[in-house]
Design a protein around this ligand. Structure first.
Ligand code: PNS
Length: 160
């Protein structure tokens, strides 16, 4: 039984994240999607909102067999607590590489027992980010190609 943890801020979850979760789920028997408190990034949505929205979006897009959890602390501690084999992350454009490489090597120093596994994003999502989605939504733009309807609704309620 291979178990993986897919961590992120998910502020909010987008079709890009959902695509990674769907493909990771094909390789891993159990997949935890871990919504990280991440105070440094000053998230727009609260942790509870992000967890609820993430659950709703995955259900809406029929990505099954995933457990959505939240944590505040070190990723490796959360990984240990859930007995995972691998940490999953998505890679978009080249610009993601340095940050992901730094995180993967740091996590390996902290906990050599976990492998970091990277999934290449689908081409159409390669420049999609939660920040761009929030900016479009804040100015009343149409985000329906970037996020599922439940996320769009939640963003409209939050950002006006
Ligand atoms: O979606 P994001 O914001 O790119 O995700 C980044 C995340 C949450 C994976 C990263 O910030 C993280 O792992 N935070 C937990 C704290 C931690 O373990 N830091 C050291 C890892 S290098």
């Amino acid at each position: 039984m291979a178990v993986a943890l897919y961590p992120g801020s998910f502020d909010p979850i987008t079709h890009g994240h959902i695509d990674i979760a769907r493909r990771a789920r094909k390789l891993f028997d159990t997949l935890f999607v871990a919504v990280v408190a991440n105070p440094h990034k000053r998230p727009t949505l609260t942790l509870e909102e992000r967890v609820d929205i993430t659950k709703a979006a995955l259900a809406e897009e029929s990505v099954n067999g995933i457990e959505v959890i939240s944590f505040d602390g070190l990723l490796v501690d959360c990984a240990r607590e859930h007995g995972v084999d691998a940490i999953v992350r998505g890679l978009r454009a080249n610009s993601d590489f340095e940050y992901e490489f730094q995180m993967a090597l740091t996590n390996r120093d902290l906990a050599p027992e976990f492998e970091s596994v990277f999934f290449m994003t689908a081409k159409r999502f390669s420049f999609l980010s939660s920040s761009i989605v929030k900016e479009i939504a804040m100015y009343g733009g149409d985000v329906s190609t970037f996020v599922p309807p439940s996320v769009e609704k939640a963003l409209r309620a939050k950002l006006g």
